[in-house]
Each structure stands twice: as C-alpha cells, then as structure tokens.
Design a protein around this ligand. Structure first.
Ligand code: G3I
Length: 315
C-alpha cells in the first residue's frame, strides 16, 4: 500500500487523518490536492471551525458555514469527519467564559450547545476535551468552577441523545505516556463508565517534542484500552527547536515511528490524526517561539523523513 491512510488500513487501523480548514483548501491548490488525497488521509478534523466561538459566538445564534463546507468537502473526497469540539475551556465566546450562570443555567447552556452541534453533524464523530491540569487535578474553567465534574457527564449524555451512533471521545494533551495526568484520565473514564455515562474513546492529542517522546506509550495505551474504550491519537505533531538540521529530522523520524508503532501494537488504538500535515500551516510556531517543523510534510509540501517514520511504524 502507498499513502499513509492506505498503509494504516492495511495494518488493521481505521484511518490516518489530518486537521485542516476551508480557507486553506480554497486558497492553496497544491495543499488541497494532498489534503484531499484519500490515499493519504481518510479522516478530516476541523482545526477551528466547529469550536464554540466559531459556532455559537452569541447565545442561540449559530454559524455553521465553516463546518458545513468542510463536511461537504470531506464527504466529496470519500473522507470521514471527526468533530472537534463540543465543550472545551479554550476558544469560548465571552458570553460563556465570563460566567455568571447558575449551575442549572450553565448545564442547560452546555446541553443546548452540544445538542445543536451534534444534531447538525449527526453521523459524525465528536469529542469533548482537556479536563485536566498536568498534575492530574481538574482544570479550572467556567464549567468546572460552576458545575464541578458534572459538566462532563452532561455533555456526554446530551451528545449521545443527539446522535446515538456518534463515537464519543474525551481528549487531552500530555496523556501520551504514563504519569499523573494519564492516571487521572483513566480514573475519570472508569468513573464515567461506572456511572453509566456514555463514553466510547480516549483521545490522546500527541503534541510531542523531538527527542522527548515518552518510552512508555504502549503501556499507557494499554491501561486506557483496559477500561473498555477505544483510543485514538487525535492531534499528533512532534516539534523541534529551529533551525531544522538533518540530525533533528532523523530524530523526528524515529519519534514518529515510535508513536505509530505503539498505536499499531495496541488493537484498541483505532487511528491517528496529525494536527495539520504540513509545517506551512502548523499552529506550533505561533505559540512556541523558535519551535516548529513538527509535521510530516515541510513548508514546501515535500515529504520529510517523518513521513517515512510513520510508514515504518506500521511495518
Ligand atoms: O481567525 C483569526 C484571524 O481573523 C486573525 O487575524 C488572527 C490573528 O491572530 O487570528 C485568527 O484566529 C486564530 C485561529 O487559530 C485561526 O487561525 C486564533 O487567533 C488562534 O488562537 C487559533 O489558534 C488555534 C488554537 O487551537 C486555539 O487555542 C489553532 O489554530 C489550533 O491549531 C489549536 O488547536 C488546539 C486544539 O484545538 C486543541 N488541542 C490543542 C491544539 C493546539 O493548541
């Protein structure tokens, strides 16, 4: 098989996917040609256009244009879609983040947002996200401050009711290897299952650093799988300190291979999504100064050694 998605499928996985957005697909034809190539990517995630600030910036006033166009584009290419995201502490419109809601009112705000969004994209996947701090304590957000942990069950119940067929994921970063935050996620999912809250999967974001990928990925994936959920790597990128050197590219290749091999080794790991496929459009340099080059294609849309690392990880 050639192409990342085809290689993954040939090894029993469901997909390799990428995050993207319509403005890039419309404005950059060479970029769009790769993103729409079903041999490379069988799954698309909206990088921003399905988030709360993009879809319900004013309470009850909905904007679906960006998400709808991306869904239609993916369907036209034969690609599946991963919803992203219903309830997250970041990229919230101020009417939500500024608080002031009673617990009952905020619960209903979460239910309405989740129900409307999921109903719109019925038949697709979705996830809620980032409940934890790195030490495994719950992250302070308008949701946690007003509702404690109950907001998670509220969102999951509303999502299940809106689309009984959707796979419901909970997602976080720095839960790649074993550690306090991964333990907290495992405990949360065990509790959700004990409480009969619908939860189908754990999304491991995979925002990693060249030369610093944890060695116990597989053990961690297995601890999640043992809870009876599927897992997916949902936002993979492996950044380096710039400038790029051949040595760093070689290490990055080994790092991609390591992540893919861990997913391959655990049957419950169903697929991998890269958070954009090309360095040209990565979020990394905008947030981490002097870091970047985190993806399998370079700024000029040429495949990097990391691409071969992904293929080798499956073989
Ligand atoms: O659209 C505006 C544009 O009009 C304006 O000129 C420009 C100026 O800064 O900003 C543009 O919006 C930016 C948006 O990306 C679209 O490019 C926002 O400022 C910027 O904050 C936003 O960043 C996104 C980030 O989430 C927000 O937290 C990144 O693209 C996106 O890749 C990133 O993705 C997150 C996942 O959703 C969750 N996990 C972590 C991951 C990385 O932070």
């Amino acid at each position: 098989a050639t192409g990342l998605h085809n290689v993954a499928v040939s090894k029993g996985k469901l997909y390799i996917g990428t995050a993207t957005e319509m403005y890039k697909l419309n404005g950059d034809a060479p970029y769009a040609a790769i993103a729409s190539d079903i041999n490379e990517f069988g799954m698309i995630t909206a990088e921003n256009s399905m988030k709360w600030d993009a879809t319900e910036r004013t309470q009850g006033v909905w904007t679906f244009t960006g998400g709808d166009n991306l869904v239609n584009w993916a369907i036209a290419n034969g690609q599946k879609l991963r919803g992203h995201t219903t309830v997250w502490h970041s990229q919230l419109p101020s009417w939500v983040s500024s608080g002031g809601f009673s617990a009952a009112a905020l619960t209903s705000v979460i239910e309405n947002h989740t129900t409307t969004l999921i109903d719109r994209y019925k038949g697709k996947i979705l996830m809620g996200r980032e409940p934890f701090n790195d030490d495994g304590t719950f992250r302070s957000s308008v949701f946690y401050t007003t509702l404690g942990t109950s907001y998670i069950a509220t969102a999951l119940h509303a999502a299940r009711a809106a689309d009984p067929a959707a796979k419901l994921y909970i997602n976080d970063y720095n839960i790649d290897g074993l550690g306090a935050k991964s333990t907290a996620m495992a405990n949360l999912v065990a509790q959700l299952k004990a409480d009969n809250v619908p939860i189908d999967g754990i999304g491991i974001q995979g925002h990693l650093i060249v030369g610093a990928v944890p060695n116990n990925l597989q053990a961690n994936f297995e601890q999640f799988a043992a809870l009876g959920v599927e897992i997916a790597i949902t936002e993979l990128d492996i950044r380096m300190t710039l400038p790029v050197t051949p040595e760093k590219l070689a290490q990055q290749k080994a790092d991609y291979k390591k992540v893919v091999a861990a997913c391959k080794a655990v049957p419950a790991c169903v697929g991998i999504t890269v958070w954009e496929y090309t360095d040209k459009y990565s979020w990394v340099p905008g947030v981490f100064s002097s870091q970047g080059a985190a993806l399998p294609w370079d700024d000029n849309l040429a495949k990097k050694p990391a691409y071969d690392g992904i293929v080798e990880g499956f073989n």
